[in-house]
Design a protein around this ligand. Structure first.
Ligand code: MG
Length: 371
C-alpha cells in the first residue's frame, strides 16, 4: 500500500459562545482547523485534524500547519502508510521540530493502519480498559457566580469532573472564584483549577496556600522551572500541560518531581505516535493523565479518546471533548459523544470518524503522487 495523494482543507470553527482562559487574558471566538486526508493506491483513505485552539494558546497556529504541509506531504507520498514509526522519523528529518504540524498527518496514518488491519484505534493502542471514557467539562473564566452556574449546567449534562479556568491578575479574585466553587461543590464533583500559565510563581504560591481546594492545579506558571518552584512551596497536586511539548520536556518534568499528572494531547506533542510514547511513560512513572486533544471537531476528540480508552484506569483522569463548544457540528452523530458524562468509542476499524462530502470546506492545495 502506498500513499498516493494528500488533500488538505481549512475550516473555521466558530465557538457557540466566547471562551476566556488565563483569567480573561485570552479570549477565543473561533478555532482554525486543518483537515488532512491521506489517500492510498488501494482505495483506503485516512483522516486527521490539527486544531491548535487559536494562535494564543500554544506556540502553534493553523497557518503553520498548512505551511508545513508543503514540506511534510511530499515526504509521505509513495510510502507505505502502515510504517508509522518510520514515517514519523521521515517527517522529523524533513522538518525538525514543528511537532503540532505533524499531528494531523500522523492521525491519518493510524486511521489507515486501523482500517487495513480491521482494528479500532484503541485496540492498536493496547486494548480497551473498561467500556467507556469518563468526560470532564471545561469552565470558562468568569465571575465566581458565573463559574458556579457553569458547573451546575455541566453537572446537569452528566459531567462530574470539571476544569475551571482561573488565573487573573488579582489574586483576591481568583481566591474568591475558587472559594465559591469549592463551597458549591457536591460530593461527587471533582474540580481542577487550570491557570493556563497566567500566574507568576509568587501569585501561585499566594493563591494556592490561601484556598482549601481538594483538586489539582494545572499549569500555574509559564515555564517548567517556575512550576517546579511553585511545587516546592505549595501542597496541592500539580498537573502540567502547555509547557510539555517534546518527550524531553516530559522527562525533565519527571526528573524534577514537578507534577503528579499531565495533560496528554496529540496535537500538542506531535500526533498519536508521539503522544502514545508520553502515555506509556506516564503509566511507567505512575502519573495520572487527562487524555484529550487541544481542540477541534469530533474527529480530533475521538482520536485522543481512543488512546484514553486504552489507558489503565488508575492512570486515567477524565477526558474533555471540544466539539460540544462549537457552534456547528460538521460530523453529527459520529465519534465520541457525551452520554451522561461518559463516552463510548467507535468499534469500527480505524478512527471511526469520516467527514462527509456535503461539507462546504475551502479546499487547499492537493498533492498527488507522480505516476
Ligand atoms: Mg490546560
Amino acid at each position: 500500500m502506498k500513499v498516493s495523494r494528500v488533500a488538505v482543507w481549512q475550516k473555521t470553527l466558530p465557538l457557540a459562545k466566547p471562551y476566556w482562559l488565563s483569567g480573561g487574558r485570552l479570549k477565543f471566538e473561533a478555532l482554525d482547523s486543518t483537515f488532512v486526508r491521506l489517500e492510498t493506491d488501494e482505495g483506503l483513505s485516512g483522516w486527521g485534524e490539527g486544531c491548535p485552539w487559536g494562535h494564543t494558546y500554544l506556540p502553534a497556529f493553523g497557518g503553520g500547519i498548512r505551511a508545513a504541509m508543503e514540506v511534510l506531504a511530499p515526504a509521505l507520498l509513495g510510502r507505505d502508510p502502515r510504517h508509522i514509526e518510520a514515517l514519523n522519523r521521515t517527517m522529523d528529518v524533513a522538518l525538525p521540530g514543528h511537532l503540532y504540524a505533524k499531528a494531523p498527518l500522523d492521525t491519518a496514518l493510524w486511521d489507515l493502519l486501523g482500517q487495513s488491519t480491521g482494528l479500532p484505534l484503541h485496540a492498536l493502542f493496547g486494548g480497551a480498559e473498561g467500556e467507556v471514557v469518563a468526560l470532564n467539562s471545561s469552565i470558562s473564566t468568569g465571575t465566581p457566580e458565573e463559574m458556579v452556574a457553569s458547573i451546575e449546567a455541566a453537572r446537569a449534562a452528566g459531567y462530574r469532573t470539571h476544569s475551571a479556568k482561573v488565573g487573573g491578575r488579582e489574586p483576591a479574585l481568583d481566591i474568591a472564584r475558587i472559594d465559591a466553587i469549592e463551597a458549591a461543590r457536591q460530593a461527587a464533583d471533582f474540580v481542577t483549577y487550570d491557570i493556563n500559565r497566567a500566574w507568576t510563581p509568587a501569585v501561585a504560591v499566594e493563591v494556592m496556600n490561601a484556598v482549601s481546594a481538594s483538586g489539582w492545579f494545572e499549569q500555574p506558571c509559564e515555564t517548567l522551572d517556575q512550576c517546579i518552584q511553585v511545587r516546592r512551596l505549595t501542597r496541592q497536586p500539580i498537573m502540567l500541560d502547555e509547557c510539555l511539548q517534546s518527550f524531553q520536556d516530559h522527562l525533565d518534568a519527571w526528573k524534577a518531581g514537578a507534577c503528579e499528572g499531565i495533560k496528554v494531547k496529540p496535537n500538542r506533542v506531535g500526533g498519536l505516535t508521539k503522544v502514545k510514547r508520553v502515555r506509556d511513560f506516564g503509566v511507567s512513572v505512575g502519573w495520572r493523565m487527562h487524555i484529550e486533544d487541544v481542540g477541534g471537531t469530533v474527529l480530533a476528540d475521538t482520536a485522543a479518546l481512543h488512546l484514553a480508552l486504552a489507558t489503565p484506569e488508575e492512570n486515567r483522569l477524565a477526558s474533555w471533548l471540544c466539539h460540544p463548544h462549537l457552534a456547528d457540528d460538521p460530523m453529527p452523530g459520529q465519534g465520541a459523544r457525551n452520554d451522561g458524562g461518559l463516552a463510548e468509542l467507535p468499534a469500527v476499524p480505524g478512527l471511526g470518524v469520516t467527514p462527509g462530502p456535503r461539507l462546504a470546506w475551502r479546499v487547499g492545495r492537493r498533492l498527488r503522487l507522480a505516476a
